[in-house]
Design a protein around this ligand. Sequence first.
Ligand code: AQP
Length: 329
Amino acid sequence: MARVFSGIQPSGEMHIGNWLGAIQNWVALQDAHDALYCIVDQHAITGSYDPASLASRTREMAISLLAAGLDPERSPLYVQSHVPEHTELAWLLTSVTPLGELERMTQFKDKSQRTESIPAGLLSYPILMAADILLYRAERVPVGDDQLQHLELAREIARRWNATFASDAPVFPEPQPILTTASRIMGLDGEAKMSKSLGNTVGVTESPEAIWQKLRPAKTDPARQTKRDPGTPEICNLYALHRHFSPAETVEHVAEQCRTAGWGCIDCKRVLSDNMAAALAPIRERSAELTASPERVDAILADGATRARRLAQETMLVVRERMGFLREG
Ligand code: AQP
């Protein structure tokens, strides 16, 4: 079975963009792949963050992933900082990563514009991401389209490392992305990608009331100033969400009501809110159960780290040898 790897940052609550764009695929891929999934806490320190809540956010992310359907028996689920080989390999890969490639990454350019003092970790983030994947020699990586550029760089790093240190027998496969049909969910502001750090999200464990409070003021087609103004569903962000949360006949009805000004935006939002709350209810319920047993969650993460580390150590033996390090006596 092909090896699959992916990670998510505990930089905030898992949102519907993460869920639709990546996590649903993580769950589906478990059936026919040898999958490993990681909560990448060391990536989450590349922006400003609160050390006092990192541990609880990490456990909460594990809970959301399990509640969304990850099966830790089949797919080890673990925390990046519990497997130190991730950072070791990242350092070794810096030797084959061109600085110019890091500087041209769109996410680096965007995020560095939003901060006064740019931490070096923000620049080297894609090297750590490449290490995460290559450590397990993963062939396929389920991601949203915001990560495609980083994945392309991971392939470039794998190519360069193989060519420099293992041209006779390549060690790293070139990892390929797996996208869902929702590879870029826009935030409720209708301006940027839904992102934990932008506060434009709907969390997967939010209550029906909280979902409604967020959808009510959300941006729609600006042409619809009043209920009587007809709109264009294709340019409305909430119509895009209907496509993921409402049945086909409702999606059609919503489009028709928007074009003919039959419904106001608030009517459309009410239906979306109800359908979203219903779709997320099983995650919310399972998550409440798991939250009540943190020791069970920690045991799952410890077991995942042990299994992942065994694989990571095998790769590192080969990597250290190929790069010429003196073996420990
Ligand atoms: N808006 C999105 N639409 C579709 N997919 C998305 N992903 C993130 N946002 C969207 C995918 O979710 C996976 C986990 O993301 P991540 O937390 O590791 O990194 P991210 O892309 O940086 O996510 P955020 O929410 O935007 O976090 P912050 O604000 O902390 O940077 C990835 O596969 C990602 O593609």
